[in-house]
Design a protein. Structure first.
Length: 408
C-alpha cells in the first residue's frame, strides 16, 4: 500500500506486500484524518452496503441513547480485493463475525472474510472462490509440502516439517478421504524414496487397501486389531529412535541428516473410540490405540512421524486432548452443527459450508481460511503413483514385531 491512505495503488505488488501489523500500527495516527476525509462523501459502495448490514443486524454498542456503529478508518483497494478497516468499541463474538461474513458474502455476491484483530477487518475479494479444482492444476512446491486447496488468494499449502500433525473432519462424501489421497499422492510424487506410510483404514480397508503394494506403504490396517499391532511397532521404533537422537545430541529431525518421514494416515478414527456397550477386552484394545496415538502426537513430530487423523464425528471423545492440541493444522469439511465445528477446528463455520459443493473446506492454523480442495480420483492417483507398486510377501503379525519395516 502506498504512503497515502486516500489514493488507489498504482503498483499492486506494493499493496500485497505490506505487513498487516504495520498497517494496524499506523491506523491510530490517521484515524482523525480518515474521519475528515470520509466525511467528504467519498464512501465506497461497499462501505455503504456494509453500513446498512451493521444497522440491519444491530452491530453497534450503546452510548446513552445513541447507537455507536463501527467507524471506517481506512479503505484499501487493490486489483485483488477491497479491505475495509473499522474501529469498534467492543470486540464481536466469533459467531457474530461468522454471521456478518455470511450476510456480506450473500449481499455483495463476493467472497468476504471478516476478522477482528484489534480492528474489525472486512476483506472483499474481487475474485470468486472456485467450486472445482483439479489435482492436475496443483503447482510444485519444494520440501515436505502438500496442497490444501485454492481460494481467491491462490494456492494454499501446508509444510509438514513446520507443523507435523493435522486433523481432518467432515461429514461423509464431502472430501475428507480425497484430502488424504491428495496428500499421499503429492508426497509420493515428490519424495518417492523418503515418504513412508502406515495407513489405518477403518472403513474395512475399502479406500486404501488397493495401495498396500506401493513401495512407500509399509502397512494398511483395516480393523482395530491390526491398528493396535502396527501402532505398537511404531511406538517401539520411536523409543529406539529417541535413544539414537540422545546419543547424537539431536532434538528434532529437521536438524539431522535423516531424510525419511513416516506418515500415519487414519481414516475414520471414531472406530478407535471405546463405547459403553463393548466387551472389556475390546475397550482395553481401543484405549491402547488411543494412548499410543496420543504419544505419537506428543513426541512423534520431533522424531519424523507425522499424524493425519481423520474422522466424520469430531467429538471430544474421538478428538482427544493430546491429539487435538498437538495438531496445529485443523481441516474441516462440512459438518452438521456449530458444536461439531467448534470441536473440529476451534471455530464456527464448518456447519455453514455449502452443501452443494464437494471439496469445500476450512483450514485453521493461526487463522481460518476457506479453500476448494483439489479433486483426485483413483484413476488419476494410480496413473501418478502406480509405477511404485512392488511384489510384497504377505506378512502375518507376530509378537516380536520382527516383520515390521522400520522407519529409516
Amino acid at each position: 500500500m502506498e504512503a497515502s491512505f486516500f489514493k488507489e495503488l498504482s503498483l499492486k505488488d506494493k499493496e500485497e506486500g505490506v505487513n498487516m501489523m504495520w498497517e494496524l500500527m499506523t491506523i491510530p495516527l490517521l484515524t482523525g484524518a480518515a474521519a475528515l476525509w470520509f466525511g467528504k462523501n467519498t464512501f465506497s459502495e461497499e462501505h455503504r452496503i456494509v453500513q446498512q448490514v451493521f444497522k440491519q443486524y444491530h452491530i453497534y454498542t450503546k452510548d446513552g441513547k445513541d447507537n455507536r456503529y463501527p467507524q471506517l478508518v481506512r479503505e484499501c483497494k487493490s486489483t485483488k480485493q477491497i479491505k475495509l478497516i473499522y474501529r469498534i468499541p467492543l470486540a464481536l463474538e466469533e459467531k457474530n463475525l461468522r454471521t456478518l461474513q455470511q450476510v456480506l458474502s450473500v449481499t455483495l455476491d463476493q467472497e468476504v472474510n471478516v476478522s477482528f484483530k484489534k480492528w474489525l477487518i472486512i476483506e472483499i475479494s474481487k475474485h470468486k472462490m472456485p467450486s472445482y479444482v483439479s489435482y492436475q492444476d496443483v503447482p510444485y512446491r519444494k520440501g515436505w509440502m502438500v496442497p490444501l486447496g485454492r481460494n481467491h488468494q491462490g494456492w494454499q499449502f501446508h509444510h509438514f516439517d513446520h507443523t507435523p500433525h493435522t486433523t481432518i473432519s467432515g461429514t461423509t462424501r464431502f472430501g475428507k478421504t480425497v484430502m488424504m489421497k491428495v496428500m499421499m499422492t503429492y508426497l509420493i510424487e515428490h519424495h518417492p524414496l523418503d515418504a513412508q506410510f502406515i495407513i489405518i483404514d477403518l472403513k474395512g480397508g475399502l479406500e486404501f487397501d488397493r495401495y498396500k503394494n506401493l513401495q512407500q506403504v509399509k502397512w494398511v490396517a483395516s480393523n482395530p486389531n491390526e491398528a493396535l499391532y502396527v501402532l505398537e511397532q511404531v511406538q517401539k521404533d520411536m523409543k529406539e529412535r529417541m535413544k539414537r537422537f540422545k546419543r547424537q545430541g539431536w532434538s528434532n529431525i529437521v536438524d539431522t541428516p535423516l531424510s525419511q518421514r513416516l506418515f500415519i494416515l487414519i481414516d475414520e478414527a471414531a472406530q478407535l473410540t471405546p463405547e459403553k456397550f463393548m466387551e472389556k477386552e475390546e475397550k482395553k484394545m481401543l484405549a491402547q490405540c488411543q494412548s499410543i496415538l496420543s504419544e505419537i502426537a506428543r513426541l512423534g513430530g520431533a522424531l519424523g512421524v507425522r499424524l493425519v487423523y481423520g474422522t466424520q464425528y469430531p467429538t471430544s471423545d474421538v478428538l482427544n486432548g493430546s491429539i487435538k492440541q498437538n495438531a496445529d493444522l485443523k481441516i474441516s469439511f462440512r459438518l452438521g452443527s456449530d458444536y461439531a465445528s467448534k470441536v473440529a477446528i476451534d471455530a464456527y463455520g464448518a456447519e455453514t459450508l455449502p452443501s452443494d459443493i464437494k471439496g469445500r473446506a476450512l483450514i485453521k492454523t493461526h487463522e481460518v481460511k476457506e479453500v476448494q480442495v483439489p479433486y483426485l480420483n483413483h484413476e488419476e492417483m494410480w496413473k501418478r503413483i502406480g509405477g511404485y507398486e512392488v511384489a510384497k510377501q504377505t506378512v502375518v503379525p507376530n509378537e516380536t514385531g520382527e516383520d515390521y519395516v522400520r522407519l529409516g
